[in-house]
Design a binder for this molecule. Structure first.
Ligand code: SAH
Length: 213
């Protein structure tokens, strides 16, 4: 498929997600319109990059469904100039979206547990020239202490309960979005740091993520 065909499909997908009600903010829309999702796909299935579904990216992991990512990003409300952490950066696609939102005065830090996925994501991010994205391989449950505090933290894998260690790395007024639940279904939970405390603000049902391990 040609680049221009992908660009057309990207617009159609954004229209679809907007119509579905999950995508509202201009900065999130712009991010979806500029990041080439096909580049984060294994070549054999790149033609499917603009259907609103999760797809396998190898090692039994998936690139999340665009409308689900839209819900997470709307809850996260990341802004230009912010420092953002993503736990479970997988293919790097969501990190790229966050890179567009945070802009050149902001920065995105992504942690991925599986070495092979980390390597591939780092290659894609470098190839596409996202200079404000920093990726590392490791266990993201303990966050990224050297870079804390973060204005925003997004967890892209499911967990049994809201991760306390990550909440500690939130800046005052910062937001953390995390899918919390069991293996079959999770709620998207928004936590805000208020006067030094992690306070739950919102929950939305229902999503299915691969587990945080
Ligand atoms: N945001 C990703 C979606 C990846 S799916 C994308 O845009 O492609 C969730 C990812 O979390 C998987 O790649 C999985 O390997 C990773 N993961 C699971 N447990 C983790 C942990 N403890 N630390 C870091 N990454 C983890």
């Amino acid at each position: 498929m040609k680049e221009s065909d992908f660009a057309e499909q990207r617009k159609r997908l954004v229209r679809e997600i907007v119509a579905g009600g999950s995508l509202k903010s201009e900065n999130v829309k712009r991010a979806f319109l500029s990041v080439p999702r096909e580049k984060f796909f294994p070549k054999e299935i790149a033609a499917h990059a603009y259907s609103d579904d999760a797809f396998p990216i190898g090692l039994r992991q998936t690139i999340s469904q665009p409308s689900t990512i839209a819900v997470m990003l709307e809850m996260l409300q990341a802004r230009e100039g912010q420092k953002v952490l993503e736990v479970g950066s997988g293919s790097g696609y969501v990190a790229a979206l966050l890179s567009e939102i945070a802009g050149k005065n902001g920065a995105v830090f992504g942690i991925e547990l599986l070495h092979e996925l980390h390597e591939r994501a780092a290659g894609t991010i470098a190839e596409l020239g996202y200079e404000n994205v920093f990726l590392r391989c490791g266990d993201g449950r303990t966050g990224w202490k050297e870079e804390a505090p973060f204005d925003r933290i997004l967890v892209s894998a499911a967990t049994g309960e809201a991760p306390k260690q990550l909440a500690k790395q939130l800046a005052e007024g910062g937001r953390l979005v995390v899918p919390v639940g069991n293996i079959l279904s999770q709620e998207m939970v928004l936590i805000e740091k208020e006067k030094g405390k992690a306070v739950e603000k919102e929950r939305r049902c229902c999503f299915v993520f691969v587990p945080l391990r």
